[in-house]
Design a binder for this molecule. Structure first.
Ligand SMILES: NC(=O)c1ccc[n+]([C@@H]2O[C@H](COP(=O)([O-])OP(=O)(O)OC[C@H]3O[C@@H](n4cnc5c(N)ncnc54)[C@H](O)[C@@H]3O)[C@@H](O)[C@H]2O)c1
Length: 318
């Protein structure tokens, strides 16, 4: 049996970087057949159809079927994994409230369509920004689907953090572990080096001053240098997040998951935490000590998530 994977915004940049890696087996491994559903809005259909033609030309032995659609019920039909990439970007003159409202208009209906059409084991990775609150909205709209099945991508932030530490310490990135991201996928995120190790030894904390702003600003730096936002690295992180969720982890990583009150994060928010994946479920790593400084940084990012939830509530969405 093939796994059905729905990618929204499949005609966009991250979609294009994702599709071929999934078809090549990078998400589920070399033995697992995949069926792809490419969900777009009408303006994006031609790009998605073009990508589907190229998928055919890849002659991928793991690729059972590709369907392109702008109908959510068709797009999420029988879906086991949903990668919600398509989102409304911030336009000129758009306030944060307008952005949240526009995305609520996308992620609310998509949550309902997932509840109505997806497979019982559906897992959802939200990439489109503002990812945490979009995941919250989709979960709230998906009657009957546990909120734990909706997650937001913060793995790119963690990968950036590990890569920056590796550069600063002149160590291979594979030797750097346990650099969790806390809070929101935004400039307020807290990349936490206090538990990080390099080859099993603690990382010097003096690195923090330079390191935290560098990681939080990395998205902007990529735009300045490249002239376009992060694409392949975002697709890579999406694959790693979703693959780890399905297959498990042997150490901590980071993901935006629903809070049950852990570390004082208000219940129901989708916040990034240090997590492990065990038996197909994310588990928040509990019992970590947070210094006063770390606590203040986590609280500031979580306050932003609370504020986003209040804005969305005021719109009558939640
Ligand atoms: N969480 C992260 O770490 C992270 C990292 C990078 C980018 N992002 C976000 O990912 C999103 C996509 O980035 P991109 O570079 O691929 O953008 P893009 O503009 O190239 O592509 C977005 C695609 O989504 C489609 N789309 C819009 N609304 C849709 C809807 N309702 N249903 C289906 N498709 C829809 C558009 O037609 C477009 O083809 C953005 O919101 C971006 O901010 C998140």
């Amino acid at each position: 049996m093939a796994t059905t994977i729905t990618i929204t915004g499949a005609g966009g940049q991250i979609g294009y970087a994702l599709l071929f890696r999934i078809a090549a087996g990078d998400l589920l491994g070399a033995d697992e057949k995949v069926r792809l559903r490419l969900l777009e809005i009408p303006q994006g259909l031609a790009a998605a159809e073009g990508a589907a033609l190229e998928l055919q030309d890849g002659a991928f032995s793991l690729l059972d079927d590709v369907e392109v659609t702008d109908d959510a019920a068709t797009g999420f039909d029988g879906c086991n994994l949903a990668l919600l990439v398509g989102a409304r970007p911030r336009g000129p003159g758009m306030e944060r409230g307008d952005l949240l409202a526009a995305n609520a208009g996308i992620f609310g209906p998509q949550g309902s369509a997932i509840a109505a059409a997806a497979a019982a084991d559906v897992r959802v990775t939200v990439v489109g920004n503002p990812a945490n609150t979009n995941a919250l909205i989709a979960a709230a709209s998906a009657d009957g689907v546990p909120a734990e099945r909706f997650t937001a991508l913060t793995r790119l932030d963690e990968n950036r953090a590990r890569a920056q530490l590796a550069l600063a310490l002149d160590a291979p990135v594979s030797s750097i572990r346990r650099v969790p991201i806390w809070g929101n996928h935004s400039a307020t995120q807290f990349p936490d080096v206090s538990h990080a190790t390099v080859d099993g030894r603690p990382v010097p904390t003096w690195l923090e001053q330079e390191f935290i702003p560098r990681v939080a600003r990395r998205g902007a730096e990529i735009i300045e240098v490249r002239g376009s936002s992060s694409v392949a690295s975002a697709a890579n992180a999406t694959i790693e997040h979703t693959r780890d969720w399905v297959r498990g982890t042997d150490d901590w990583t980071s993901a935006g998951v629903v809070s049950h009150g852990e570390y004082g994060v208000p219940e129901g928010l989708v916040s990034s935490f240090p997590v492990r994946s065990v038996d197909g479920e994310w588990q928040i790593v509990e019992g970590l000590e947070l210094s006063d400084r770390a606590r203040a940084k986590v609280d500031a990012s979580v306050a932003e998530l609370v504020d986003e939830r209040e804005t969305v509530r005021a719109l009558g969405v939640l």
